[in-house]
Design a binder for this molecule. Structure first.
Ligand SMILES: Cc1ncc(COP(=O)(O)O)c(C=O)c1O
Length: 382
């Protein structure tokens, strides 16, 4: 059994002055107040305003994307991106069982169903081998150019890998496989702002990438999201659909299709811009913390998640892999009752009542990881 007291004391030393050390607390030490007050003074607190536009420009600068569209949250960004990718009623979307519920909820909003592909144990993201195994075993390309699941007869329109806790998955390999099968790739990069794979920002390997700026993320604006893309037409449609499909006109209310109220409000964008200005500092601080954790874990023979070759992770949440579910539960019990917050991973999607009948292949890695994983405090330190 591991020395949980030693780990807990070490974490307390990293985060002095807390009664209970949170998993991830936001930090507002930059221009947040200034920009929010500016927004209130301007009265442009809603979906039109200079900060929304600035946020989109900043997202392009940071990620290298040609286009970024400000969205109200990450779940809506996923929903909209799947509409733009052409997901229709009864389609299948390739996803992970080890993900946050939002990915599968967004798939369900379109009456599509997730298919669960396994993860790699080292990245915690979709495994290209598992993806290929699934496609070779169960998929066929038909004359219409699309790939179908031979077992269910359903069209497989989109694949949504997720960069878990900010660790980039093998997205280049996944991208190649998707191209081979004419499956649209959308990256759920909700957790991976500031994470790169082969020096390309996560979210840029497929047609679209989506982000979340929820309160628990590396960069937060309370609630917020974004879609990034290099495709001009997708970007135009994303902006149009996210703003109630309103046609620009000086006074008339013209709407040319069914749209959504999905644009990020200017007051949230004000917060987001101030936070994005500090992204490099945030990631730097998190990478220093990850190194400190690594030293302790290496000295004590503890298994933890590292970035793979070619990846630069933002280390949104540092992740320990314990020996068994029993040890995980003892760790959770000990740390949480001794002033250090820790959490297990989400319950696997294929075990939830809404998704238990969805098509899945061998998920041994997901199950193995879910039994052993804990996230430990990872906030930016100032
Ligand atoms: C992997 C993943 N996808 C989607 C979301 C949804 O984002 P939001 O909470 O902004 O709707 C989150 C986080 O909340 C997430 O972690």
């Amino acid at each position: 059994m591991k020395d949980f007291k030693k780990i807990t004391d070490f974490i307390k030393g990293l985060f002095p002055g807390f009664e209970k050390i949170p998993l991830h607390a936001p930090i507002f030490n930059g221009n947040e107040k200034k920009y929010v007050i500016e927004t209130i003074d301007s009265t442009y607190v809603s979906s039109v305003g200079s900060f929304v536009n600035r946020f989109e420009e900043m997202m392009c600068e940071i990620t290298g994307a040609k286009y970024a569209i400000a969205i109200v949250n990450g779940t809506s960004a996923l929903h909209l991106s799947m509409i733009l990718a052409g997901v229709e009623d009864k389609d299948e979307v390739l996803s992970q069982s080890l993900t946050f519920i939002a990915t599968c909820n967004a798939i369900s909003y379109l009456n599509a169903t997730p298919v669960f592909i396994d993860i790699d144990k080292d990245t915690l993201g979709m495994s290209p081998n598992s993806l290929l195994n699934f496609l070779e075993q169960y998929a066929e390309k038909k004359n219409d150019g699309f790939t179908y699941n031979k077992q269910t007869g359903k069209r497989i329109k989109v694949c949504i890998p997720m960069h878990s806790f900010g660790f980039p998955c093998r997205i280049d390999e996944i991208s190649k496989i998707c191209k081979q099968y004419n499956i649209v790739l959308i990256e759920d990069a909700a957790e991976s702002i500031g994470s790169y794979y082969q020096e390309v920002h996560t979210g840029l390997f497929g047609l679209m990438g989506t982000f979340s700026f929820n309160g628990n993320k590396t960069v937060t604006c309370g609630g917020g999201g974004a879609i990034i893309t290099n495709d001009a037409e997708i970007a135009r449609k994303a902006k149009h659909l996210s703003t109630q499909a309103k046609v620009s006109h000086p006074w008339s209310f013209i709407h040319d299709e069914i749209g959504f109220n999905y644009r990020m409000p200017n007051i949230n964008a004000a917060l987001a811009c101030a936070q994005l200005e500090q992204l490099n500092l945030f990631v730097e601080s998190k990478r220093i913390l990850a190194k400190q954790y690594a030293q302790l874990f290496d000295q004590n023979n503890l298994q933890y998640v590292k970035e793979i070759n070619g990846a630069k992770a933002n280390f949104w949440l540092n992740t320990l892999i314990l020996e068994s579910s029993e040890e995980r539960d003892l760790f959770l019990e000990f740390t949480n009752s001794n002033g250090v917050m820790s959490r297990p991973v989400w319950n696997l999607m294929h075990t939830l009542p809404m998704f238990e009948n969805c098509f899945k292949i061998d998920l041994s890695n997901s199950i193995w990881i879910a039994d052993r994983l804990v996230n430990i405090p990872s906030s930016v330190r100032w």
